[in-house]
Design a protein around this ligand. Structure first.
Ligand code: 13P
Length: 342
């Protein structure tokens, strides 16, 4: 394992106030989003959408790394340029979704375990040959009556740590993503409690498996009330809770924490990330940045709606969300940035 190369990659992913763009939706999820807009759902439609993203001029000013799906790492732009090359040409580091998806967990109704460890070593080696430099593995933790169970948290944390160790052996920086879901009517306090426990168990497992924390990026949820909870805290309250939870659980050796958006609107995700950096940035041991999928892509996809004539407008919308999130990373985002662009 080349420790310094891993550290360099991890640091590059959080350098210059940039963040990550997740564009690794599974085929069914990507198809669902295309179908909502009346776009046909096939390999070429997914390629066209993802070509639109990677061809957005100026994206590399705000985005350090892009997480791709296995289908995309093998695809080319219409002009024949491999998608991976299109990214590296503009200084964006290519990454890969390495997990095999969240599946029903035996004996634990309503809970999921992420699969994909079998054969992972060989798959990671293939990705390295293609020029990929980091990977992502998402575990999902649902919150409801009697859930999550100890078994679900522990099994997912164990899988995350084994994946992370395999990544580092292959020379890839692991993005470790334990997502406590927003769905439900749970309170912010309940999300805090579960997120705190999950992160403790994840870092314990990373330690047990000998994962080098300087070469890891954590991708957690923000600490939020459930979508159906009647009390929705202010951005400052969310920032307080999230930063308190992370300070209690994430070792200072980790170079960066890049949040998932989890179904928040693009604006709300920027507002909350901004509140964290504005209030706490100078006191934090790690960078606090973004690794959003929906909160960056959704407005752009809606504008595009599969129409060639709207590609430029969609790319402007994508760039706008990327720009707002870099400002949020600096604690310099304001609502005026939204008005200026509309
Ligand atoms: P969202 O930002 O849409 O939650 O997606 C992030 C992600 O990569 C989930 O694995």
């Amino acid at each position: 394992m080349n420790k310094q190369a891993l550290i360099n990659t991890a640091q590059a992913l959080v350098a210059d106030d940039k963040g990550l763009l997740a564009m690794d939706e599974s085929i069914p999820t990507c198809n669902k989003r295309l179908a909502k807009l009346g776009i046909s759902q096939n390999e070429d439609a997914r390629r066209v959408w993802r070509e639109l993203i990677v061809s957005t001029s100026g994206l590399g000013e705000y985005i350090s790394g892009a997480i791709l799906h296995d289908e995309t790492v093998h695809q080319r732009k219409k002009d024949g340029t491999p998608i991976i090359k299109a990214l590296t040409d503009v200084g964006i580091i290519p990454g890969i979704k390495a997990d095999g998806g969240a599946h029903d967990m035996a004996g634990h109704s309503g809970e999921k375990i992420t699969e994909g460890l079998d054969g992972l070593r060989a798959r990671l080696d293939e990705y390295v040959q293609l020029g990929v430099r980091f990977a992502k593995w998402r575990a999902v933790i649902a919150l409801s009556e009697g859930i999550p169970s100890r078994a679900c948290i522990k099994a997912n944390a164990h899988a995350l740590a084994r994946y992370a160790a395999l990544c580092q052996e292959a020379g890839l920086v692991p993005i470790v993503e334990p997502e406590v879901l927003m769905e439900g009517d749970h309170t912010l306090a309940q999300c805090f409690e579960v997120t705190e426990e999950v992160l403790h168990v994840v870092f314990n497992q990373l330690y047990t498996q000998g994962v080098m924390l300087e070469g890891v990026i954590l991708k957690p949820n923000m600490v939020l009330p459930g979508l159906d909870c009647s009390i929705q805290e202010t951005p400052d309250e969310v920032a307080d809770a999230t930063v308190t939870c992370l300070l209690r659980t994430v070792p200072a050796a980790v170079p960066g924490i890049a949040f998932l958006s989890g179904g928040q609107s693009g604006e709300l995700a920027s507002i909350r990330l901004n509140a964290m950096n504005q209030r706490f940035k100078s006191r934090l041991p790690w960078a606090l940045t973004f690794s959003f999928a929906r909160a960056i892509q959704q407005p752009a996809m809606g504008i595009w709606s599969g129409q060639d004539a709207r590609v430029k407008a969609a790319q402007q919308a994508l760039l706008q969300r990327a720009r707002c999130n870099r400002a949020a990373r600096r604690g310099e985002y304001s609502a005026a940035m939204e008005v200026a662009s509309s």
